[in-house]
Design a binder for this molecule. Structure first.
Ligand code: NCD
Length: 314
């Protein structure tokens, strides 16, 4: 098997063949999730703890469902109610949980690098469910599976990632993954929302949607991450929608069979037109949610197999 990692911290650590291994296994879980009986015992006897220090709807729900379908004992920590709010540090909390012998720890944290730090302190497998503006590996993997299923391949595609790139861990993980799989990546957005040094990532940068979307196969929209902005990045949401919001007119510059993606949560009428988001002929947004559960099952299954090898348990 070509997946030997102890943790899933970022796409930057994965080789292309490991990405393919994970996506192939996820395909099997797509079938299981569509069956009447959705249970497997891949994680039977194991304990999974979800620690979300930032709000989440689909990522937390899908990690929880993924663990339960694989037979793990799943616990969601209510971080607002935890001792973190009494001043305990992230590491103290992690060490306390570690003493309870979890096998899988799923962590989302507002600070870039916090999940990597935590992984160094615990004995179990750690999955990064998003750290600051750094990485969100399972999101990029579920996006990759969605693209592969819709387009029949995951290489030599023209892919546009649009909007608030600077604050987006989704963009960062996707740029790394799609680059490793040899796609052409275009970033489209206002210069104020482009990260510094972006040229080093081997991408093309545009500040005009009509130009940037020309002949692309995939259009990936991003949410304006207002919680990570400290003022003045865009003139107004109205102006932003006018220039960068995806609607049928701007999409007409892409290939006629181009798919529309969004990781959610969406701001309808800000980065995307609501009708287009719901258009089942173009939008694969609901497929992304479905693939999310399957990809998280595959990721936890692979890490659990490695855990058992390290522990010497069959
Ligand atoms: C993303 C995130 O949290 O980074 N959402 C998600 O995981 N589905 C993107 C976002 O919050 O805009």
């Amino acid at each position: 098997m070509t997946f030997t990692h102890r943790h899933l911290l970022g796409i930057e650590h994965l080789r292309p063949e490991e990405i393919v291994t994970l996506l192939d296994l996820a395909e099997e879980y797509v079938d299981l999730n569509r069956a009447a009986k959705k249970h497997s015992d891949a994680l039977a006897g194991l304990t999974q703890i979800n620690m979300f220090f930032e709000n989440s709807t689909r990522t937390q729900a899908s990690f929880e469902l993924a663990g339960k379908r694989l037979g793990a004992d799943v616990m969601n920590m209510a971080m607002q109610a935890s001792s973190i709010s009494k001043g305990e540090t992230l590491i103290d909390t992690a060490m306390t949980l570690n003493a309870m012998h979890p096998d899988l720890l799923v962590v989302r944290h507002p600070h870039s690098g916090a999940v990597d730090l935590l992984a160094q302190k615990v004995n179990c497998a750690v999955l990064n469910a998003g750290d600051g503006r750094h990485e969100h590996p399972t999101q990029a993997l579920l996006d990759a599976l969605t693209i592969r299923r819709a387009k029949g391949r995951l290489h030599r595609l023209n892919i546009a990632i649009c909007g608030d790139i600077a604050h987006s861990r989704v963009a960062r993980s996707n740029i790394i993954l799609l680059g490793k799989m040899e796609n052409r990546i275009r970033l489209i957005g206002p210069p104020t929302l482009m990260p510094a040094g972006i040229a080093e990532f081997g991408v093309e940068v545009y500040d005009d949607m009509a130009e940037g979307l020309k002949d692309v196969d995939v259009v990936m929209m991003l949410r304006l991450q207002k919680e990570r902005m400290d003022g003045g990045f865009i003139p107004s949401e109205r102006e932003y929608y006018h220039r960068f919001g995806l609607d049928a007119d701007k999409l007409s510059h892409a290939k006629p069979d181009a798919i529309v993606m969004h990781p959610g949560p969406m701001n309808r009428g800000v980065e995307i037109d609501g009708t287009l988001a719901d258009d089942i002929n173009r939008s694969v947004i609901q497929d992304q949610v479905e693939m999310g559960v399957a990809v998280r099952m595959a990721a936890m299954d692979l890490l659990a197999r490695n855990l058992r090898t390290v522990q010497g348990v069959a």
